[in-house]
Write a protein that binds this ligand. Sequence first.
Ligand code: 9G3
Length: 571
Amino acid sequence: MKQSKLLMPTLREVPSDAEVVSHQLLLKAGYIRPVAAGMFSYLPLAKRVLNKIEAIVREEMDNIDANEMLVPEVLPAELWQKSGRYATYGPDLYKLKNRQDRDFILGPTHEETFTQLLADDIKSYKKLPLVVYQIQQKFRDENRPRFGLLRTREFIMKDAYSFSADEAGLDKAFHDMESAYTNIFDRLGLTYRIIVGDAGAMGGSDSKEFSAPASAGEDTIAYSDTTSYAANLEMAKDFYERQVSLEAEKDLQSIDTPNVKSIEELSEFLDIEANKLAKTIIFKADGKLVAVVTTGDFEVNDVKVQNFLHADNLELADEPTVEKIVGTGFGSLGPVGLPDEVQILVDERAADLVNFTAGANRDGKHLTNINWQRDVNLMDSNVGDFRIAREGDLSVDGQGKLVFTKGIEIGHIFKLGTRYSKSMGAQVLDENGRQKDMIMGSYGIGVSRLLSAIVEQNSDENGLIWPASVAPFDVHIVPVNIKDEDQIRIANDLETTLTSQGFDVLVDDRKERAGVKFADADLIGLPIRITVGKKATEEIVEVKVRASNTNIEMRVSEVVDSVSVLLNDDK
Ligand code: 9G3
């Protein structure tokens, strides 16, 4: 392709709202342009990279006998009313009306769509297992889209769904997907960690997350500094063994704590360590109030709470709601005297507190010498790990300390079970003629997010550095002076020969100074650059490998073989 024909609007400066390297470089190099907050156009260079990423994804999906399909992006609300998610998903779910005033959504994911399709057409276990997938735009009205393609309101996802008649079928699909994902991410040249989803139950897993280390990553990964334990901070567990205290129970006392709201203020006011105080946070889980109690030195982990409750939607209750139901604001909440409608979950560290202090659920008052057995009707089944693990704490495997790092979630695979087959009526007759819910798995890769993840792991101060497997073009031919006959002849001959060898070639035929051409070449980051300059008269050109920044002079006749070697090493 001739660069004079390529839409590649590079920028001198980068807009200040671009905070991470991948966002800055993809804008500067003319790969993406914003249309609205969290919505981007993929310009020709980005589209070429996406095509190559998707081709690799397709190859690996087809290798495990997954069926590529494509379902509508606009979905009837009825489909999500059947699963119950239409009501429980909050503002992230795009909703719209059609001309007959019927309710529709923009699909954020497609468990319901595919499960309904299978439910309608697959009735016998003999037809299972089946794996289907698509590569398609998803829509999530993120509250705070940011970091370019890392968190958007529209994004391209490969979403796959497996349907089987038994657990063994699910385990096989899950295993096949995991190995397909490792092939994909390896071929993309990405560094990544595989994180067991339910980190608590070491060993067996109901989900695995693929996390690419990067400072721009929004996820915090906690890993043990001496073992292979690694978990998303949302799920990470520190080591804790339940204790029984021998301290004698003291009488419950109410104390006036005017204007004492936070744990720090309370700790100061009473001169009691935070780990001896109880912190109470109230959530709305699918509309119901839940109070979660932890010791004052830990934060409540809302993901662990949501998973424990199997809630579709979990959000903090707002203060007016809390005041109406509990009778006090955030600063005086505690486990004693909560209305029966408020379920209480207690972190195990807080459950071991004796004669402890917490809000009295009355403005400006706290209670001291609280003891669980006597003062709170707490069900043992509501005691668990509801805390956010802390860096430096002992890792849950009892070895090593937890270390935190930032990661980009590039893939996530889930054992779903029958949650959707039940609600969508996807059953098959088993070998004994009995109706059985199909057993499902769902498997996602953030395809457009991968663009940014690759850039976050492959760039330098001059610009992008594409691995050969996904580069928009394989070779960048840069004739320095387009008025020089020798240079143009050699450039065109090389383009013809390399193209005939199956390489994608970009020729910078623009009327630009050499400096501009070289800077743009480094910026857009093609793996191999061939500079055709003064030595063209001697049939000598310069080959530059972008990744290692090395320059090699060679005869024109050697170029094609060298390019094959240099690129196939990387492909
Ligand atoms: C929604 C909205 C946002 C969502 C979801 C639903 C995340 C939602 C989880 C998944 C699970 C898997 C198939 C591919 C792999 C991931 N954000 N999730 O279900 F309505 Cl607004 O998407 N889905």
